[in-house]
Ligand binder design. Structure first.
Ligand SMILES: *Cc1c(COP(=O)(O)O)cnc(C)c1O
Length: 235
């Protein structure tokens, strides 16, 4: 059968392209409104739950930074695409179990979910042993939600010092996922304060519903999934 450009895959590709266009211009506008430029904000396309045609559409539209929440899923999806499209910056945005650490270090360029002393120690050990060294963001549980990963805000300063001084790790940024049922702005403001007083350069905050707010409050990275790819069937 002949394949038509306007089949379901063509439609999906166009939808992703136009979502990305709209997203990029809104990011640029928010950046300018907060005294920065579009280049100061990194769009992390959250591709968890998305498969090849959708990933390809985003790659063809020029995106090169992607976020995945599961090591295994990323390992299945990305190596072939990296070979085909060239360098892609992969961010791990889901919890990292130490038994997946080596696989994660081989695959990811940024780990946004450093959230406990034992993981910091394990990372330091692997780095000393000569592993690849992804950039590290510490996840802060700004909403103090028991079911969520992340360092509690009151423990953040001590944990940052532990990572730097005891483990010799460079901390590139902080990340948070505010409670779904609350205003995000106090959480973003809190994360931004923790970063400022610890001289941390990058802030990963803001998702589909609130990336503009994230940028207004100082985000350098926004993690956007459904506003690009549509609603997920799987979380
Ligand atoms: C899924 C997810 C996102 C993206 O959420 P959307 O609302 O689809 O934009 C961002 N960050 C993390 C940590 C996620 O798990």
């Amino acid at each position: 059968m002949e394949q038509h450009a306007q089949g379901p895959i063509g439609d999906r590709t166009q939808a992703i392209e136009s979502s990305l266009d709209q997203l990029r211009s809104r990011i640029a506008r928010s950046a300018v409104e907060s005294g920065r430029t579009a280049e100061d904000i990194q769009l992390v396309c959250v591709s968890k739950g998305q498969e090849d045609p959708a990933l390809r559409a985003a790659l063809l539209a020029g995106e090169r930074i992607f976020g995945e929440n599961r090591v295994q899923e990323a390992a299945r999806k990305w190596p072939a695409l990296k070979t085909e499209f060239g360098p892609v910056e992969l961010h791990l945005i889901g919890p990292l179990q130490t038994n997946k650490l080596r696989e994660a270090l081989a695959l990811f360029d940024v780990i946004e979910t450093l959230d406990r002393p034992r993981l910091a120690e394990a990372l330091a050990r692997e780095f000393r042993a000569g592993s690849r060294q992804p950039k590290l963001f510490i996840e802060v549980n700004t909403g103090r939600e028991p079911q969520k990963a992340g360092i509690l805000p009151e423990d953040a300063d001590a944990f940052i010092t532990f990572c730097r001084s005891d483990c010799g790790l460079e901390i590139e940024g902080l990340m948070c996922i505010p409670p779904a049922d609350q205003q995000a702005s106090p959480h973003f403001a809190l994360l931004s304060q923790i970063a400022a007083r610890n001289i941390i350069a990058s802030l990963s905050m803001g998702m589909s519903a609130d990336y503009e707010l994230g940028i207004q409050l100082g985000a350098t990275h926004v993690r956007v999934g459904s506003a690009i790819f549509g609603t997920r069937t799987q979380v």
